[in-house]
Write a new protein. Structure first.
Ligand SMILES: [Zn+2]
Length: 98
């Protein structure tokens, strides 16, 4: 699964979870069954999202965790490789000796 897909899944998962929780709070007042149903959806999608993050929010090159700045990182904070292309950031000339 590509990081782009993971980001989309995580965004959708959080949206569903928050949406279901809101639904339960606003429309579930006085209706215990509807409320518990909405909250179950919220918790399940939240757990699902967490599982996706735990499993796939990693650098494809070094396996380092990308929990920090997951949505904005373009370069891995561990190995400094571009998360989509795998190329090292330009600038420092690597370890080559003259
Ligand atoms: Zn990395």
């Amino acid at each position: 699964m590509s990081l782009e897909t993971v980001r989309k899944v995580v965004t959708a998962g959080f949206s569903i979870s928050i949406g279901a929780a809101m639904f339960g709070i606003f429309f579930g007042a006085g209706n215990e069954q509807l409320k518990s149903y909405a909250l179950t959806i919220a918790i399940v999608s939240l757990l699902f999202t967490m599982a996706v993050i735990m499993k796939w929010a990693r650098c494809p090159w070094c396996g380092g965790s990308l929990l920090r700045g997951f949505f904005k990182n373009k370069v891995c904070p561990h190995c400094k490789r571009d998360l989509t292309t795998g190329k090292k950031k330009k600038g420092h000339g690597g370890r080559g000796r003259k």
